[in-house]
Design a protein around this ligand. Structure first.
Ligand SMILES: C[S@@+](CC[C@H](N)C(=O)[O-])C[C@H]1O[C@@H](n2cnc3c(N)ncnc32)[C@H](O)[C@@H]1O
Length: 192
């Protein structure tokens, strides 16, 4: 049976990551993906979760505290600055990363991810990602600016060297109202 987008995004990371890994949630929001990553890496690993929105940072902190997850650090800053927060043991050693693009449901719809910062963050993550590992993006694009971000991302990812990266698009073609889709990048080689 065909998997829905969010379960498939999680499955891609569950199948490629392992306990003890260092992982990044680039768009923490309400912390659902943060918890999913924390579950994969376990207490011997670590998750850094970024969000520019105070409400999202608070929501994610509350969620991880309630679940007793002390191997997660939530950072109130943009993912485009993620390199500033990578500890030495995470540099060139990331086990995986996820983005949920768009706006935080139930929150300020004017705070959305943007093509420039998203692509900057992807470039940084690709640099630090381990060979054989994935960056997974769930692309919501129905909002204002969403089409521009989607088009810019597909343009950028389409020109990545196929000897170094595999890029997947997973999308239902016959659903109405701009359904989200997945973009996933696997690093095949360590040169970036
Ligand atoms: C679709 S929501 C994420 C949902 C989240 N993954 C969850 O499980 O609830 C997108 C989030 O990206 C955040 N965001 C926007 N620009 C950002 C940036 N430059 N760096 C980090 N987060 C950003 C928004 O504040 C918003 O919370």
């Amino acid at each position: 049976m065909l998997k829905r987008v969010i379960p498939f995004a999680h499955e891609l990371l569950q199948n490629s990551m392992q306990s003890g890994d260092f992982a990044i949630d680039a768009t923490a929001g309400n912390g659902h993906d943060t918890v999913m990553l924390a579950d994969i890496v376990g207490h011997s690993g670590h998750v850094l979760a970024f969000d520019v929105q105070k409400q999202a940072v608070e929501n994610t902190k509350t969620r991880i505290q309630e679940m007793g997850l002390n191997h997660v650090t939530v950072i109130h800053d943009g993912h485009e600055h993620l390199e500033r927060y990578l500890p030495e043991n995470a540099r060139y050693n990331l086990g995986g990363a996820i983005f949920n693009l768009g706006y935080l449901p139930g929150s300020d719809k004017s705070i959305v991810t943007t093509p420039e910062t998203t692509i900057t963050a992807i470039q940084l993550l690709l640099k630090h990602l381990k060979k054989g590992r994935l960056i997974v993006l769930v692309v919501y694009h129905g909002h204002s600016g969403g089409k521009e971000e989607k088009d810019a991302l597909i343009r950028y990812l389409s020109q990545l060297d196929q000897k170094v990266y595999q890029v997947l698009q997973y999308q239902f073609l016959n659903q109405k109202n701009n359904p989200p889709f997945i973009l996933a990048i696997e690093k095949k080689e360590t040169r970036s």
